[in-house]
Design a binder for this molecule. Sequence first.
Ligand code: DX5
Ligand code: ZN
Length: 223
Amino acid sequence: MKKTSQISVSMMCVDVTHTRDMVRLMEKNGVSYFHIDIMDGEFVPNFCLGTDYIRQLRTISKIPMDIHLMIENPDRKLDYFDIRPGDFVSVHCETTRHLQRTLQYIRSKGAKAMAALNPATPLENLRYVLDDLDGVLIMTVNPGFAGQKLVPATLGKIEDTRRMLDETGHENVQIEVDGNVSLTNAVRMRQAGADIFVAGTSGLVKDGVMTEEGIGDFKKAIA
Ligand code: DX5
Ligand code: ZN
């Protein structure tokens, strides 16, 4: 069953000096989430946005957060974050020994729980936590950096995920895709069954494209 597609804008790609204007543009054009990449320099070889960034963003907009935790031991660190009802919080299943407990904890905060999978991580790792999921984040590049090339095998993985969710009565669980979501790739990802699209440097957040028209084109690609 196909759900309405949604846009989650990768905030690490947005020019900080234009944040306020960009946020207004996103609000006017129906962006559903702010995708917030949190990195720890361990799970991924980079650092990025943080807890204060989320707090500040909340003061200028009501768009919910889509917090993507690329950090080791997320269980110990979830309380650092201002997590609110309506947010998505995703944890990588490669980073936690007790994924089910972590997902439950996210839900106990009123947020939607999502499990993220690196390109090489089998979908099978999620089979016994499907009841605890509101979303599955399929990484379509290896996490850590913007501007990378799609790992082609992940397109089939989106299809497999949709099939597994539908066959087990989890039709309402959303699939998010993150990495190299260009207009061309977005069409293929949508056909494969993705619902939430992380718009970064490949599809939207680049000079001259982050406009009303650019968002319109992105929406057409994911429709
Ligand atoms: C990492 C990030 C990146 C990036 C996506 O988790 O979420 O994948 O911002 O944007 P692209 O790949 O389009 O630069
Ligand atoms: Zn991300």
